[in-house]
Design a protein around this ligand. Structure first.
Ligand code: SF4
Ligand code: SF4
Length: 225
């Protein structure tokens, strides 16, 4: 594990109540991984505390739709999520315990420990990153094939197919209002990408809506009026 400066302020985070951890698990940087290789990553996934997730890059197309490119990396697992979690509504981190984070400071992912907890004079939390988070995530670039291989082995699907299935599951969660453990901030973040997903996966969204209406006959009657 690389020697990176890890920051912690337990009293300030306790005062805040772990808001960032309630929004979502934190990202693992390459510097957090002892050996970024097949066996080690599988061991992390098997621990139940880490997932392979994807950062979605969106490219608007001339026809008004979007191309979607998933970029794979590791993140601490969210409550009720799987080892492969390419897209979902972000939820509270499964490692957030009553007295704070499960991980000791040394092993805690740098996606959390490079954030300097702070508060301004008005009492608002103004925690700031001390590293370029995007640049750190970009360092996963050379492990894309390895992570995609693990996705395939664990789900039987390619990254794009698994992403599509995860998006369908998220459409169902949205329509059925499965928002338990989903923070307001996570929902607002989802709202930003929702129009893109509805456009890129238009057929899938239609099917999810039809399924929802069939399962909710009252709504179907209203819909027909
Ligand atoms: S880093 Fe900031 S937002 Fe996160 S738990 Fe600590 S004080 Fe709260
Ligand atoms: S692993 Fe710890 S620091 Fe990171 S989001 Fe979870 S509870 Fe917070």
């Amino acid at each position: 594990m690389a020697d990176v400066v890890k920051i912690e302020d337990r009293s300030l985070c306790a005062e805040c109540g772990g808001q960032c951890c309630k929004k979502c698990g934190c990202d693992l940087f390459i510097s957090d991984i002892e050996k970024p290789e097949y066996d080690y990553i599988n061991k992390l996934l098997d621990s139940g505390r880490v997932s392979i997730v994807s950062r979605i890059y969106v490219l608007p197309l001339k026809n008004g739709s979007y191309a979607i490119n998933p970029f794979l990396h590791l993140r601490t697992r969210n409550i009720d999520r799987e080892a492969i979690d390419l897209f979902s509504l972000k939820k509270t981190c499964a490692s957030l315990e009553d007295d704070g984070c499960f991980w000791d400071l040394y092993h805690r992912p740098s996606g959390a420990t490079h954030i300097k907890p702070s508060k301004n004079a008005a009492g608002e939390f103004t925690c700031k990153p001390t590293l370029d988070h995007k640049a750190e995530i970009k360092k996963w670039e050379k492990y894309q094939k390895l992570l995609a291989k693990i996705v395939k082995e664990r789900t039987g699907n390619t990254v794009y197919e698994q992403l599509r299935l995860d998006v369908i599951k998220t459409f169902n969660d949205i329509l059925n209002r499965n928002f338990e453990g989903v923070s307001k901030e996570a929902l607002e973040e989802f709202e930003e990408i929702f129009p893109v997903l509805k456009s890129r996966y238009a057929d899938e969204y239609k099917i999810a809506q039809e399924t929802y209406k069939k399962q909710n006959p009252l709504l179907l009657r209203i819909h027909r009026q």
